[in-house]
Design a protein around this ligand. Structure first.
Ligand code: SF4
Ligand code: SF4
Length: 323
């Protein structure tokens, strides 16, 4: 794999939840898991994709710039009877040139996925150096799975470090350890997930067993890197006491305790992105129990693992990270 360019689905500035201080967060495209509650479906496939937002379309009759820009005459672009864009039909002729989206004035067509060089991303990161200095912030690589593009990620983090920028990687750690270790040479903080301790349930909910993830968390801890662990708490999937206790026992057995274990409340997010990509939300119509009920349970679970296992557990991700 070359470190020449990386496919990035989004860059968010001034984020405050994924690492200490004010950060620039870069979302890499491509993921090794398929979690049912994923809120970033645009990052799953390791390729650029078109998102369609019909409510923004002016109509083919009044605009039609997408069709005019398309080198194959707009064949994959499907419009409704009212002339409004409906969807992009998968087509072997489509060249993935994204000229249709580039020319769409109201962004009813949006390209998810852009290639960047290390220099381009470094320049974007350094635009906010003064915010990082004042807040103790820096850069966070997220996704998708940033370690899928590990050579690029390593080089970008090395350059950020050289420039005095704090570095954080948010990874599911379902990756070969050697790739993770290479990226961690230039990483100040690792944020990772434990979604279920039962490997069969993990496979059912996330598309793969948990053995590699747990082994990599242990290796990361053995290396002495600060780790923030997250568990998205999804009632009826992983929110039972037995699973939370099993997770607590695993985390308490690590050579270096995580700096924080964040139990995150499930929120149904990203559904408009699923729609725009022509995908169904994997949890369908699933609704958690009434909010006051399951948020009380979240606080109870957090308190339980704090007092019984001595872990730095918090409900949510908004507490300041002292790392
Ligand atoms: S991506 Fe390119 S070829 Fe495909 S529909 Fe858009 S403009 Fe046409
Ligand atoms: S360019 Fe955009 S707004 Fe214009 S017709 Fe095409 S999809 Fe609709």
């Amino acid at each position: 794999m070359s470190s020449g360019t990386a496919l990035v689905s989004n860059i968010q500035k001034y984020t405050i939840h994924d690492g200490p201080g004010i950060r620039t967060e870069i979302f890499f495209t491509g993921c090794t898991l398929r979690c049912l509650w994923c809120s970033n479906p645009e990052t799953i496939e390791p390729r650029a994709r078109l998102g369609v937002y019909p409510s923004k379309c002016i109509s083919r009759e009044k605009c039609g710039w997408c069709v005019a820009a398309c080198p194959i005459g707009g064949a994959p672009l499907v419009f409704g009877d009212d002339g409004v864009i409906e969807r992009v039909e998968p087509s072997p002729e489509c060249r993935d040139c994204f000229k249709c989206a580039d020319k769409c004035p109201p962004r009813a067509l949006k390209t998810w996925g852009t290639r960047y060089t290390v220099d381009e991303l470094l320049n974007i990161v350094l635009e906010d150096e003064s915010f990082y200095r004042r807040s103790g912030g820096g850069v966070t690589l997220s996704g998708g799975e940033p370690i899928m593009q590990w050579e690029f990620a390593r080089e970008l983090l090395r350059r950020c470090r050289d420039a005095g920028v704090n570095t954080c990687v948010e990874t599911a750690l379902h990756v070969p350890w050697d790739s993770a270790a290479a990226v961690f040479d230039y990483t100040d903080l690792v944020i990772t997930d434990v979604k279920h301790m039962d490997t069969e349930k993990h496979r059912e909910y996330c598309g793969a067993g948990n053995e590699l993830i747990l082994a990599n968390i242990r290796k990361t801890s053995e290396r002495g890197l600060p780790i923030v662990v997250r568990t998205p708490i999804v009632p009826q999937y992983n929110a039972d006491d037995a699973n939370i206790r099993a997770t607590a026992e695993f985390l308490a057995s690590l050579p270096v305790a995580p700096v924080a274990w964040q139990l995150l409340p499930y929120r149904k997010m990203g559904t408009e992105k699923y729609d725009s990509l022509g995908l169904s939300y994997p949890l369908g119509d699933y609704e958690p129990p009434p909010r006051d009920e399951w948020e009380r349970n979240l606080v109870r679970l957090t308190e339980m693992v704090r007092t019984e296992y001595g872990l730095s557990a918090v409900a949510g991700s908004s507490e300041t990270l002292a790392v």
